[in-house]
Design a protein around this ligand. Structure first.
Ligand code: IPE
Ligand code: IPE
Ligand code: MG
Length: 259
């Protein structure tokens, strides 16, 4: 069968079932570079084009939240030179892209222990956050120095602080209490989690929030992840039946009250 062109492929999407929140583990930059006998940093630079592309099409498709795993807590353990390159690439990219993000009504949010980032990188990032604060379209969450265990540990500390001050009773702690002390507070859980690069693991990303997300793993390396590959993931997502613990019959009877 001839490869459908992108517009036709997008036309096959059910506009009523576009995921509200897509989260992506952007993996495979290093391998992309190695396959071309290039430096890993060139793979990261190429990966930025994918970030721009996927942000743009997500916004065009009416996705409300896009969460990108850009640098994990564990990534601090990479060689210092690679960490430095990544940090500067991230900072400069946000500074460069901010005018376009504003034009496209995209609002930037940062998730993670951003105070660990170099000061000048933080400056670029917060300029982007402030400049897009009024935007009402796509919410773009950039996860930087982020890990889910860090986030859950922090939530536990915050909640115990409230207990200690007598502001909350341990008996009153609910799932909502935990959810509202995570850095994703106010953001609905991801409907779809994509990991590029071929590994089928979560690598400490959004462990609490993906309890009922649909998972999609693709061998495509992040710099090669184009709009076609993204729409394939969305089409695959639309074939899934999200049951949230119920039976298939209940779901078809429209008795799916979750989400
Ligand atoms: C993902 O690509 C980018 C980050 C983790 C920052 P990698 O750098 O992990 O690429 P591979 O997995 O080595 O190919
Ligand atoms: C996950 O990729 C983190 C990001 C994409 C930022 P890694 O390349 O760090 O994951 P592992 O170490 O192979 O699991
Ligand atoms: Mg990797």
């Amino acid at each position: 069968m001839p490869e459908q062109n992108l517009t036709e492929k997008i036309g096959t999407l059910d506009t009523d079932r576009i995921p509200r929140h897509v989260a992506i583990i952007m993996d495979g930059n290093g391998r992309w570079a190695r396959m071309r006998a290039r430096e890993r940093s060139e793979g990261h630079a190429e990966g930025v084009n994918s970030v721009n592309r996927i942000t743009r099409i997500s916004s065009d498709l009416g996705i409300q939240y896009l969460t990108l795993y850009a640098f994990s807590t564990e990534n601090w353990n990479r060689p210092q030179e690679e960490v430095d390159t990544l940090m500067h690439l991230i900072g400069w990219t946000i500074r460069k892209e901010t005018p376009d993000l504003v034009k496209n009504n995209v609002r930037i949010h940062l998730l993670g222990e951003t105070e660990r980032l170099p000061k000048e990188v933080q400056d670029c990032l917060y300029e982007g956050v402030n400049a897009t604060a009024h935007c009402t379209g796509l919410n773009l969450q950039l996860c930087l120095s982020y890990s889910s265990r860090w986030e859950i540990t922090r939530a536990a500390k915050l909640i115990s602080g409230l207990v200690k001050e007598g502001k909350i009773n341990p008996d009153e702690i609910t799932e909502d209490t935990i959810t509202s002390h995570l850095s994703t507070k106010g953001i609905p859980d991801p409907d779809l989690l994509i990991r590029t690069g071929g590994e089928e693991r979560i690598s400490n990303f959004l462990l609490w929030q993906i309890a009922y997300s649909e998972l999609y793993f693709t061998p495509v390396l992040w710099p090669d992840f184009d709009n076609n590959a993204y729409v394939d993931a969305l089409i695959d997502y639309q074939t899934r039946e999200r049951r949230f613990g119920k039976t298939s019959d209940q779901v078809s009877a429209g008795n799916n009250n979750d989400n």
